[in-house]
Design a protein around this ligand. Structure first.
Ligand SMILES: Nc1ncnc2c1ncn2[C@@H]1O[C@H](COP(=O)(O)OP(=O)(O)O)[C@@H](O)[C@H]1O
Ligand SMILES: [Mg+2]
Length: 390
């Protein structure tokens, strides 16, 4: 039985073939079917992956519209049609929008490839402000050994292993995971605990197991488990699923140590205390990195990114605002700036004037949006680190 993803790929291929052969009607129908299946896949996934499917679907709808508008010349052999021209925008779009699998051919568990981010996320380390220590630790542990395997082998270093990123929400853990994928030239699998648990209720452990196996089948792969506490919660409670999923994970990961392939597991969590303790004992997360709220230089950097190319009132002092935003999370700061921009737009429209972001707009937004991080929260992380990781 073909899965939805396989059927979508078939329609994509059929669409391209029909375009090349000049069969317009068939090409339009195939593009529409591919779009329909991409929307269905978006419904069945969430987060970044769902977003990618939506974009994919929109891409196919656009291709369909263009095909309708342009018409195709019926082409003989070797004759390129307008819409199927070798370097046409449509062709590029087809390449860009299709969700290519990089799973090795022997692995056809398409449930696994549903989680695969086949294209590299458009995120790199230089777009992350601050986090100097975390970035350096990741470079040493993951990026250098994978980029220069001879050097790490000469030192007896193995690039695989696990890293746990933990800390209060909104400070760039997910961002860092995406940047690692952007820096590395290898398949990147992403799943969030909440996603696996809610979507695959009752069969979460099989899903996680399939995901792990897909990642392990690659010679080198990075597996990012976001909200990992939802995936590997403390066992012993009433939930059979919780108990089974942790046991299965430990078994799968334990079995992997025999393999020659390299798998890096990155876990991210706001609630490290909810993770089952056996997960730490396996040594799978042998590096634990605390991702703190941004310090002054990082807040300054985030502000500068937010005002880049923006029509600012003269005299906006980013360093001063970085000082005032002490205690706010990275995403709080992004949220405040977004809100300030909306206030500014509202005024520009009301007064039929030029849109200018003013200091008073940022002030107004700051008054509306409180910090999402409390001292009590920070103390909990500190306590956890002392008790568990030192
Ligand atoms: N250090 C940072 N540099 C740049 N942007 C940041 C940083 N920290 C947070 N952000 C912003 O906040 C948003 C949320 O961050 P995210 O990675 O989802 O946080 P977490 O996973 O820790 O909850 C990001 O998309 C980004 O816009
Ligand atoms: Mg996150």
């Amino acid at each position: 039985m073909n899965t939805m993803l396989e059927r979508k790929r078939q329609y994509e291929a059929d669409c391209e073939a029909a375009v090349k052969a000049g069969r317009k009607k068939e090409a339009i129908i195939c593009a529409a079917r591919a779009a329909e299946l991409a929307f269905k896949l978006a419904e069945r996934t969430d987060g970044a992956i769902a977003q990618r499917y939506v974009e994919d679907a929109e891409g196919w709808l656009e291709i369909g519209e263009k095909l309708k508008a342009k018409g195709l010349k019926t082409g003989g052999s070797g004759q390129r049609t307008e819409a199927g021209g070798q370097k046409s925008e449509e062709d590029k779009k087809i390449q860009v929008s299709s969700f290519k699998s990089q799973v090795s051919p022997e692995d056809d568990s398409s449930e696994g490839s549903e989680w695969l981010i086949g294209e590299k996320p458009n995120m790199t380390f230089d777009k992350i402000c601050g986090m100097v220590d975390a970035k350096e630790a990741i470079m040493q542990m993951v990026v250098y050994p994978l980029k220069q395997p001879e050097k790490s082998q000469a030192l007896g270093l193995n690039p695989g292993g696990g890293v746990l990123l933990y800390g209060p929400p909104g400070n760039g853990k997910t961002l860092l995971g995406k940047a690692i994928a952007g820096e590395l030239d290898c398949p990147f699998f992403y799943a969030s605990g909440a996603q696996i648990r809610s979507k695959w209720h009752g069969e979460s452990e099989q899903r996680l197991s399939k995901l792990l196996k897909s990642a392990q089948a690659c010679q080198v792969a990075v597996l990012f488990l976001d909200e990992v506490e939802g995936l590997l919660p403390k066992r012993g409670g009433n939930s059979q699923v919780d108990n089974r999923i942790v046991t299965q994970f430990l078994a799968d990961v334990g079995g992997f140590s025999e393999s020659k392939n390299t798998l890096l597991i990155l876990g991210a969590t706001n609630k490290p205390w909810d993770i089952d303790e056996a997960v730490f004992r396996t040594g799978r997360f042998d590096e634990k990195i605390y991702i703190s709220p941004p310090d002054h230089p990082a807040r300054h950097g985030i502000l500068q990114m937010e005002i880049k190319g923006v029509n600012m009132e003269a005299g906006f002092d980013a360093a001063h605002w970085a000082e005032r935003l002490d205690g706010y999370s990275g995403s709080d700061i992004v949220g405040i700036m977004k809100s300030a921009k909306r206030i500014s737009l509202g005024r520009a429209i009301r007064e039929d004037a030029d849109a200018v972001l003013k200091v008073e707009d940022v002030e107004g937004a700051l008054n509306k949006i409180p910090s999402s991080i409390t001292d009590r929260m920070l103390k909990e992380y500190e306590k956890f680190r002392e008790q568990r990781f030192s």
